[in-house]
Design a protein. Sequence first.
Length: 220
Amino acid sequence: MAKTEAPVGAQEWVPPEPRSLDDLKEAAADCEGCELFADATQTVFGRGAPHAKVVFVGEQPGDVEDQKGLPFVGPAGRLLREAVDDASLDPADLWITNAVKHFRFELRGKRRIHQNPGPAHITACRPWLVAEFSLLQPELVVILGATAGRALLGPSFRVTQQRGKLMPWPASAQHPEDFPVAEIQALATIHPSAVLRADDRETAYRGLVDDLKIAASAVK
Ligand code: URA
Ligand code: SF4
């Protein structure tokens, strides 16, 4: 029965007055805000420039990220870096994080198969995102795919309809009060893993880069 209970959420592990992103990262390492910490190797916190103007939000760490403890260091990360470069975004001016900070998977034999995080995991993990935004105070957030969209905008988010458009955020979220942070802009696009899975990879990749060019045009 315990499995169906709502997770307690990350809030009690978030330091009340973190001085730095390193403080947050250290605290997040001990998070038990939902059950995902139990089977994953470690918390995968965001990384990048502490004064980044642009924050990228992905879904959750994958297998490689879970083992290395760093976000977007596997195949999706390689593709993302290439797209960032092709869109002329400055890679030194980014912070890259995930909506959910532990890897959710199902064991099939010895293989760990990625499972999408559920709404309860997204909600449980949100205090870490809020804390990251409060310290980073970026100008723009780039939402990578459906999970990040649900985390930052709400459950009615549809990537096909909302991608490639600048929107005010958190004002455009279903519950802006979930994010007590300064008003900035958001831009949603497809997740780099969706490009890797696409039948027509080239077109999907071009779409990702076109969206990221709009992101690039929104930062000074
Ligand atoms: N996919 C994500 O959403 N995040 C990662 O860190 C890696 C793959
Ligand atoms: Fe905490 Fe998020 Fe990990 Fe759940 S997924 S244990 S809320 S860091």
